[in-house]
Design a protein around this ligand. Structure first.
Ligand SMILES: [Zn+2]
Ligand SMILES: [Zn+2]
Ligand SMILES: [Zn+2]
Ligand SMILES: [Zn+2]
Ligand SMILES: [Zn+2]
Length: 613
């Protein structure tokens, strides 16, 4: 029985990037570190992102018809089977599967059963806050109620059975039993979730035993599909025309080093006596320092870098890429390039004096349509257990200086608010009070650092307003244009320190799907004005009202106010903040707070009422 497993290239960064566990057709795999990536990978250009992340560049896993996890020499990002403990649903035998057991295109089979039975992966795995992941030591689990002496008496570590009791239900019904001769140790899974004083493996499944560190973090047993198993750290940059004078950067330096005539001799000399001479000449010629040369040498020759002093590193800060993008969207429209083509337009309401249109016009500023956009998304690493736990880089050996990335092409819709009106509204004491409460909740949140890369230094009313508007607009556009909400994405430009006050809604896909022009058509007059009005009107309503509107803190970490699944949340891939910091009241008004668009909502209602009369 043969089968094809396929992970699309665009999925190799998110959701199935390095360290992620994925279920495909009843089998379970983990994406390995980029140290195992094939040589024929495709470069992905994004100088701006590379500079800001301090890496030498990006590569995408080659698009492959059939991504092969079980042979290192084939195309595609590699995945290995995980967990390696499998069981047979018929005879309940447990089998520890090894890479050598893999046969391409064939699912693991039970060695005891005829007719053939497929083996299924165990549902539980173990993780720790240093980012390690491993199989549960099921032998130990089965013997955990035995004394050490009794355990030593057991003659086999692999003869296990995954029992299911007929008369019990839930985890209590499941048990792991040792079938070794004369043993019979067994323990049910009733309290399997949580910490049990198990030892951490000190590594991830694709790392060799020699790469394991001595890890003393408590181990948690979780379901392999648990949300806290994997928190990827993904960065995204739009291609914008280069500014006039690019600074002397890491990237430029790297290029100078690699193109120097001294580079190859230095690599060949490696640690030899002449290496120091070549190195000094190279430093003089290019201006590179020892640290950069060490990194490039490590990448080229595979020489290990000195291990970092502290094994556990926090998730590094995310660079703020919004500044240049904001400038690109608000400056006079630049000449179109292959990857960035803008067109300025209007709402088409210039002559309008009737409400609600006049009020709508007064509250918006610039409208820019992006006929072509290119986005690069790169994965720098991940954490487990919680988003602020130790950071594991995409190259677990910490040797490579490139990152896995994918590029996507699409189109977008950029709008700003009226700067003066926005400033006046932000001065309103009731608005300030409401956002001060959200800010206090944000400061208590462990997500603070991550969210600050979106909000800017201090959470301002404009961020919550524009963010909520972006969500409502995505939902409205999905409703009107046939895009799914998950194919649309937001970028909120609302950092007061950079005088930002706009949003971009865009779609970007690895193939042609994203570039059909549908989104941009929706942004042309008169459609956009109508869409915006309906967006704002929709914001005044939620099926969970009055509960939703009156909420003083809902969502993860209580970071939302009037915003819930029924009215304002988006699929995770669409939102920059993970659906945090949303409040419809700031858009349409609430009990004690004026909404920026409240007069427009009122005028629209009045106009609708007048039309009926
Ligand atoms: Zn079987
Ligand atoms: Zn035993
Ligand atoms: Zn660990
Ligand atoms: Zn709601
Ligand atoms: Zn969002």
């Amino acid at each position: 029985m043969s089968r094809r497993l396929r992970v699309r290239q665009s999925q190799t960064v998110l959701p199935f990037g390095v360290g992620a566990v994925l279920d495909i057709q009843g089998e379970s795999f983990v994406a390995t570190g980029i140290g195992d990536w094939p040589r024929q990978r495709q470069p992905v250009e994004s100088r701006r992102l590379a500079d800001r992340l301090g890496v030498t560049g990006f590569f995408a896993a080659p698009a492959a018809l059939d991504d092969r996890y079980d042979r290192p020499d084939t195309a595609g990002a590699p995945y290995i089977r995980f967990p390696s403990w499998l069981f047979c649903g018929s005879c309940r035998r447990m089998v520890r599967w090894r890479i050598a057991d893999e046969k391409h295109g064939v699912r693991p089979r039970c060695p005891s059963c005829t007719p053939v039975r497929q083996l299924a992966p165990m549902r539980f795995v173990q993780i720790c806050a240093s980012g390690h992941l491993a199989d549960v030591d099921w032998w130990f689990w089965a013997h955990s109620r035995r004394t050490p002496t009794e355990r030593q008496g057991c003659t086999s570590r692999e003869q296990l059975r995954f029992r299911v009791a007929e008369r019990a239900a839930g985890l209590e019904a499941l048990s792991v039993e040792c079938m070794a001769k004369g043993c019979g140790a067994s323990r049910d899974l009733l309290d399997v979730l949580g910490t049990h004083g198990l030892r951490c493996s000190g590594r991830n499944p694709w790392q060799r035993a020699g790469e394991a560190v001595d890890c003393t973090k408590p181990v948690q047993i979780v379901q392999r599909t648990a949300g806290n198993l994997y928190y990827p750290v993904v960065h995204s940059a739009l291609d914008i025309p280069e500014s006039d004078a690019p600074p002397a950067t890491d990237q430029a330096l790297t290029k100078r080093v690699l193109e120097s005539d001294l580079w190859v001799p230095l690599c060949r000399a490696a640690q030899g006596p002449r290496a120091a001479v070549f190195r000094d000449l190279l430093k003089e010629e290019t201006g590179a320092d020892d640290a950069l040369i060490d990194l490039l040498l490590a990448e080229e020759t595979g020489a290990p870098l000195p291990a970092p002093a502290n094994q556990d590193q926090p998730v590094p800060g995310r660079p703020d890429l919004s500044r240049e993008e904001w400038v690109a969207f608000t400056a006079p429209v630049p000449p179109a390039t292959r990857d960035f083509a803008l067109r300025e337009t209007t709402l088409g309401l210039d002559q309008e004096t009737a409400e609600p249109w006049a009020g709508l016009q007064q509250r918006f500023g610039r409208v820019v349509l992006a006929d072509r956009l290119r986005e690069v998304r790169a994965l720098s690493g991940f954490s487990r257990v919680s988003p602020d736990a130790a950071f594991v880089p995409a190259d677990t050996a910490r040797r490579l200086r490139w990152l896995p990335a994918v590029e996507a092409f699409g189109e977008g819709l950029f709008i700003t608010l009226d700067r003066e009106r926005l400033g006046d509204w932000e001065e309103d004491p009731a608005v300030r009070r409401r956002v001060a409460g959200m800010r206090a909740d944000l400061e208590r949140s462990f997500q603070q650092d991550r969210l600050r890369s979106c909000t800017g230094e201090v959470l301002a009313p404009r961020f919550v307003l524009l963010h909520t508007l972006a969500h409502l607009l995505v939902r409205q556009l999905a409703f009107e244009s046939g895009y799914t909400t998950s194919s649309l994405r937001e970028r909120v430009y609302a950092r007061p320190e950079y005088d930002q006050y706009g949003v971009l809604v865009y779609t970007a896909a690895g193939d042609a799907e994203g570039t059909l022009g549908g989104l941009v058509r929706q942004g042309e007059p008169p459609q956009l004005a109508e869409t915006l009005l309906r967006t704002i009107e929709a914001g005044a309503w939620c099926s969970a009202d009055p509960l939703c509107s009156e909420h003083t803190g809902q969502g993860f970490g209580n970071l939302n106010r009037a915003a819930c699944h029924a009215c304002a949340l988006l699929p995770e891939t669409s939102c920059e903040t993970g659906n945090a910091l949303l409040d419809r009241a700031l858009v349409v008004g609430g009990e004690n707070v004026p909404g920026f668009f409240e007069p427009v909502v009122a005028a629209a209602r009045a106009a609708a009422a007048a039309a009926v009369e």
